[in-house]
Ligand binder design. Structure first.
Ligand SMILES: NC(=O)C1=CN([C@@H]2O[C@H](COP(=O)(O)OP(=O)(O)OC[C@H]3O[C@@H](n4cnc5c(N)ncnc54)[C@H](OP(=O)(O)O)[C@@H]3O)[C@@H](O)[C@H]2O)C=CC1
Ligand SMILES: O=C(O)[C@@H]1CCC=N1
Length: 258
């Protein structure tokens, strides 16, 4: 059992708390300055606390506050070199946090699916210990990348769920417009995204080959794919990823002189 804490239990920190506690494999302490945020996770962790000394006891400390607060929060934490600090703040470089703590610093870009154990995460910074790997594997899947790639990873897998929700919603409402009940359209669209994602992860075929496999000759899918290929959807998705990546880069300059 790994001892961990989460400092900042809002949308993402709360998902981490619930995801880490889900398996029962770990002891998780939740800390926040907002009592409502702590209430929301109180049934999903070993302990909630408003005492920062308690939150900094575990060997692994996740800091899940907003990027503009993370440097000040980390400065206030009394952590030792034996501890690992995982920062999930978009745009905030590892070096800025290493200058403010004695703990080993790992930069993590998780996503909201941590709550259900299906997170896609990118990590950079210090080498990943077995205990950190054990926590991340219970939350989902992680890849180790160069820190220079963190801004684009933030766009693809950190912001990515919002982009996918948007596309899924468009598919759902197209179904509703043509007569499906909203609850049925939600299930059909969501399960289709889930199944398509699982197929990509499990298949040896390329995504283009998988598209071809759905396209029966002279069938329905070809008719729809022609519309997509003639549209600017692919370029627009690229622009959305680039905008999120650029925003992540914009968050960094405050720390450039560290
Ligand atoms: N949302 C997401 O899907 C993802 C977010 N992230 C990163 O996660 C971080 C948090 O984002 P998000 O969860 O969306 O933000 P939220 O605002 O939902 O959560 C932040 C929480 O931290 C609390 N907080 C503020 N100050 C402190 C403090 N000094 N000590 C402890 N807790 C504090 C906030 O309380 P209060 O509301 O009272 O200020 C709030 O409950 C950001 O750095 C973001 O870049 C990364 C990946 C995905
Ligand atoms: O929107 C944000 O800034 C955070 C980081 C990635 C996802 N949410």
């Amino acid at each position: 059992m790994v001892q961990a804490s989460v400092i900042g239990c809002g949308n993402m920190g709360g998902a981490l708390v619930r995801g880490l506690s889900r398996t029962g494999n770990h002891s998780v302490v939740a800390y926040d300055v907002d009592p409502d945020a702590l209430d929301a996770v109180s049934g999903h962790c070993s302990e909630t606390t408003t005492d920062i000394a308690v939150a900094t006891e575990p060997e692994i400390v996740f800091v899940a506050v907003k990027p503009d607060l993370v440097a000040d929060v980390v400065t206030e934490l009394d952590l030792s070199p034996e501890q690992t600090l995982l920062s999930i703040a978009a745009g905030v470089p590892t070096t800025a946090l290493e200058a403010r703590t004695d703990a080993t610093v790992v930069r993590l870009m998780p996503n909201l699916a941590a709550e259900s154990g299906t997170m896609a995460a990118a990590v950079a910074g210090a080498e990943i210990s077995d205990d950190v790997a054990s926590l991340l594997e219970d939350l989902g899947v992680f890849v180790e990348i160069d820190e220079a790639q963190m801004d684009v990873a933030t766009a693809v897998n950190g912001s990515g769920p919002a982009f996918v929700f948007y596309l899924l919603n468009a598919m759902k409402w197209a179904g509703v417009e043509s007569g499906l009940r909203p609850e049925d359209a939600t299930v059909l669209a969501a399960q289709t995204f889930k199944g398509a994602a699982e197929t990509v992860l499990q298949s040896d075929e390329s995504i283009e080959e998988l598209i071809d496999a759905v396209c029966s000759p002279k069938g329905t899918t070809i008719a729809g794919m022609e519309v997509l290929r003639d549209s600017s959807v692919e370029a627009t998705i690229g622009e959305a990823v680039a905008a999120a990546e650029n925003r992540s880069k914009e968050l960094a300059p405050d720390y450039d002189d560290e």
